[in-house]
Design a protein around this ligand. Structure first.
Ligand code: TEU
Ligand code: CA
Length: 557
């Protein structure tokens, strides 16, 4: 594998709206990110991905962009952004922005012009179709956030436009070369400014199966999941290869794709040596038990399912490319609440999950607050939920016959807002996130779970993450942890997730993924304790006594 500047690094996702507010408007801002660069440096972060900060009406929290060349005033100014880039550079840190180009906002000037003149230049930037009241829509696809993908074009009773996400997120027509050129121009503009790369949003959606046609109906709304269309669409890589050549490759930029449901044969095309991206996220764990019916039908993840997902992914990517490992992001519940059975969550379990994920082959991403062990929280009412996806899932659950209480419980578990509640800096009012009214409710557990309480506590989740980043960046183990093969150990042992990392050095990671203590045999030679999430280690001969949710990393002397 060809070595790249970003290999062996540690990345961190910031959801700016919820990170740190410095002007009291209740919304996190770029000044907040600048103020916390030293915090991130101290944590051991090299690469920072910012969720969208461009101008946006925030129908989908910035994933609906109305101006790609400006910073939304809620976050600050372009001067703040330039300062952030410069300050990051001083600290040898890299900034990535979110590239949201499957769609823009309906308030983007392209869409406004398309509405003014659907037959003109900008009409061709979108998918606009003739349609009359009473006629069937051009196709029966269901948008990700519920309802049909077609919406009446403002100002035109006889036309509809396509949106696979929210109706305020019209899809850009990637078949139109002018759209593609405009996107590349914008990307290069940012890369020229000193940006190190992009996280690429929802990218598989840019290739539609054309001409539009219906797929089998799969819910009683009479619609069909977008997944059916995506599985059928071909030619995605023509666009992506062109994008890579026109932008990333010219700048030696880092790119990480948000890719779901890829076909196995596509992996090298995405992240191989000549792949279109530097990396892509591993969502194999994220999608465990996801149901086509909706979140209400999703079962809790078991340790065995988690283990199989991890090992399958690791095997797939070895020798192909660098995968990006996550346990959560802004679209998912908090990993510690999601992967550890309800009622079993402890400090040890939080560290164990972090360690398991962090020590895999690939590039680790920490999502803000993960390093503190931030958890899901319970809503008192659906009115407290901001997220459009969660609102839709609530509706779907009610329609499936769940009581309002049970439907709200579904939201407790799966809402994207779980990860979007403000960062818990301290036990001061609003967790030290803002002096004003936070845009989204702070998790009431901030009085216990917060950075101030953890920074000097030797056994805190935060300090455990610092050990993880230090281990990954150490001269001794960086090569092994980045490129070394992941080889399962005692794979058949229930609730034990253990693996070797075999590179220049050899490591053995052992995790007792259950509450009960047990004895585990340890292979010859692994006598050096490199990391341990529970103080004492009981290794006698070749037998290791492990407490519930204990994680131990062993090496050779
Ligand atoms: O997500 C794309 C996506 O397909 C999943 O997020 C998923 O469908 C969604 O979370 C349903 O709950 C990306 C962004 O990460 C997400 O925040 C945006 O809402 C979406 O694209 C649209 O830009
Ligand atoms: Ca603010």
């Amino acid at each position: 594998m060809e070595k790249k500047w970003w290999h062996g690094k540690t990345a961190y996702q910031i959801y700016p709206k919820s990170f740190l507010d410095t002007n009291g408007d209740g919304i996190g801002d770029l000044r907040g990110v600048i103020n916390k660069l030293d915090y991130l440096k101290d944590l051991g972060i090299d690469i920072i991905w910012l969720s969208p900060i461009y101008c946006s009406p925030f129908a989908d929290q910035g994933y609906d962009i109305s101006d790609y060349y400006n910073i939304d005033p809620a976050f600050g100014t372009m001067d703040d952004m330039d300062e952030l880039l410069a300050e990051a550079k001083k600290r040898d840190m890299h900034i990535l922005m979110d590239l949201v180009v499957n769609h823009c906002s309906d308030e983007h000037e392209w869409f406004k012009k398309a509405c003014e003149d659907p037959d003109g230049k900008y009409g061709k930037y979108f998918y606009i179709k003739d349609w009359k009241e009473g006629e069937p829509l051009p196709c029966n696809w269901r948008s990700y956030f519920g309802g049909p993908v077609w919406e009446k074009l403002p100002g035109h009773d006889d036309k509809v436009y396509l949106h696979v996400f929210h109706k305020k997120q019209p899809d850009l027509n990637w078949e139109n070369v002018e759209v593609r050129q405009d996107v590349y121009k914008m990307m290069n503009w940012w890369l020229d400014k000193g940006l190190s790369g992009f996280r690429i949003d929802a990218i598989i959606n840019i290739k539609k199966k054309l001409p539009f046609k219906n797929y089998p109906v799969d819910r009683n709304d009479g619609l069909s999941s977008i997944d059916n269309m995506l599985a059928d669409a071909e030619g995605l890589f023509d666009f992506l290869d062109e994008m890579a050549t026109e932008t990333f490759r010219k700048h030696d930029a880092f790119s990480v794709g948000e890719v779901f449901n890829e076909k196995p044969e596509d992996l090298p095309l995405f992240i191989g040596d000549n792949g279109v991206f530097s990396s892509m996220f591993d969502f194999a764990e994220t999608v465990i038990n996801k149901s086509p019916k909706g979140a209400y039908d999703q079962k809790p993840v078991t340790a065995e399912q988690y283990k199989e997902a991890v090992f399958n992914s690791q095997k797939k990517v070895h020798g192909v490319g660098i995968i990006s490992n996550v346990i959560e992001n802004h679209d998912e519940p908090r990993g510690v609440s999601h992967y550890i059975p309800e009622g079993e969550l402890t400090l040890a379990g939080k560290k164990m999950l972090g360690g398991l994920n962090f020590l895999l082959q690939g590039l680790p991403f920490i999502y803000q607050g993960q390093e503190l062990g931030m958890e899901n929280f319970c809503y008192n009412s659906i009115d407290e939920v901001d997220d459009i996806s969660a609102k839709d899932e609530y509706k779907v659950a009610l329609e499936a016959g769940l009581s309002p209480k049970d439907a709200l419980h579904v939201i407790d578990h799966f809402s994207r807002d779980n990860a979007r509640s403000p960062f818990q800096w301290s036990d001061k009012e609003n967790a030290g996130f803002t002096s004003g009214k936070p845009w989204l409710r702070v998790n009431p557990n901030y009085t216990e779970i917060n950075y101030e309480a953890q920074k000097d506590a030797a056994d805190s989740v935060f300090n455990f993450y610092k050990k993880l980043t230090a281990l990954r960046s150490s001269m001794e183990y960086n090569e092994t942890l980045t490129y070394g093969e992941t080889v399962p150990y005692l794979r058949e042992t229930n609730n034990l997730l253990a693996y070797y990392r075999k590179g220049e050095k050899e490591l053995l990671v052992l995790a007792n993924f259950q509450t009960g203590a047990r004895d585990i045999p340890v292979p010859e030679g692994f006598t050096k304790v490199i990391l341990n999430n529970i103080e004492d280690i009981k290794l006698s001969g070749n037998t290791l006594h492990m407490e519930g949710y204990q994680l131990i990393v062993l090496g050779k002397e």
